[in-house]
Write a protein that binds this ligand. Structure first.
Ligand code: NAP
Length: 311
């Protein structure tokens, strides 16, 4: 099969042996896969795959089941699925534990929805499972025009929260506002608070202001730190607000925990995707043979939504 490999840190289309599904795995012919910040880090050797995961990058994909292991029962050859994987998504073929696969309705384009699972799972886990977002609460999403941010804004709006989104690129603010959020420059977010939940997708520049912008009993979920990870905060201010800070990655979690994330996505988010209430915008799409350009587009920033590869 053709797959992405890093040659001297440059994403390159190479030929690798076809993966073989284990008894509990599905073999997927990949129609679309998304790029993520993790892929950029993996290219430079700064985010190696966890033990047991393939070296091939790609944390999300969608496609058609072409083979299945002996113990698989739920999905069969020909079924359309999507999944968050620990690697291997940026290839013509990808194996996934059946327990992580989520069905894809006929109404979705398989060639697009592979850019959805990682960002939806990350946003849902951070907002609801970690931060316990409730109807009527106020949320601030930093970095809201990106993949995770555009998912988070829509999920929070759908759940009945009031959403403020920080977007540094003025040209993208109207598009994010169309999801139902108040959209502001990142410099203005403290005055727009207080917030019950802050989703941090940018990192250091928003600290210590995040604590000033937090409501009493507020929660901050740290998910992305691309703009810096070292901050100084006054713990007294956290205490005074009875605040909580969560931080997480999805990729390294044990299989059982990732299966619970997939289950929550299927039960709580799939209906919203299927009804069209949530749509992840596609900023650009590329052929597998053009993978270096896809990575360059992701790194350039200033995009609305996802960069997709169609193997
Ligand atoms: N912990 C996890 O499990 C997990 C899972 C998925 C993603 N992540 C991380 O979460 C972050 C967001 O992911 P993503 O897929 O949404 O990435 P993305 O599509 O690149 O979006 C990042 C957004 O943040 C904005 N941004 C970056 N630096 C900024 C700064 N200094 N000030 C203001 N805005 C800034 C970007 O704006 P510009 O376009 O203008 O640069 C962009 O809109 C990434 O760091 C990613 O690695 C973590």
């Amino acid at each position: 099969m053709r797959a992405v490999s890093f040659v001297d840190s440059i994403p390159t289309t190479t030929t690798l042996p076809d993966p073989e599904p284990s008894p509990s795995e599905l073999l997927i012919e990949v129609a679309s896969c998304g790029l993520n910040g993790a892929d950029m880090l993996q290219a430079t050797g700064n985010y190696p795959p966890p033990p047991g995961a393939p070296d091939t990058p790609g944390l999300e994909m969608a496609g058609t089941v072409v083979a299945r292991g002996d113990r698989c029962r739920r999905f069969d050859v020909g079924d359309r699925v999507m999944a968050v994987v620990s690697g291997g998504g940026q290839a013509e073929l990808c194996v996934v534990e059946e327990i992580l696969a989520v069905p894809v309705a006929r109404s979705h384009e398989l060639g697009t929805i592979g850019g959805v699972p990682e960002v939806i799972a990350t946003a849902h886990d951070a907002l609801f499972t970690q931060s316990g977002l409730q109807m009527g609460e106020r949320v601030c999403v930093h970095g809201a025009a990106g993949g995770v941010g555009s998912a988070a804004v829509q999920l929070a709006v759908a759940a009945g929260a009031t959403v403020t989104a920080t977007v540094r690129n003025p040209e993208l603010r109207d598009a994010v506002a169309d999801f139902g959020a108040e959209v502001i420059d990142p410099a203005e977010f403290v005055d727009a608070g207080p917030f019950d939940v802050i989703l941090e997708l940018v990192g250091a520049p928003n600290w210590p202001a995040n604590i000033a912008a937090l409501a009493v009993e507020g929660r901050i979920s740290v998910i992305g730190v691309g703009a810096g990870s070292k901050v100084e905060i006054n713990l007294v201010h956290l205490m005074g607000k009875r605040a909580r800070i969560f931080a997480s990655t999805l990729r390294a979690r044990p299989l059982a925990q990732r299966a619970m994330v997939a289950d929550r996505i299927e039960r709580h988010v799939l209906p919203l995707l299927d009804s069209g209430a949530i749509q992840i915008p596609v900023a650009a799409r590329f052929e597998l043979s053009d993978v270096a350009a896809a990575y360059e587009r992701f790194k350039a920033g200033g995009k609305f939504g996802k960069v997709i590869i169609n193997p």
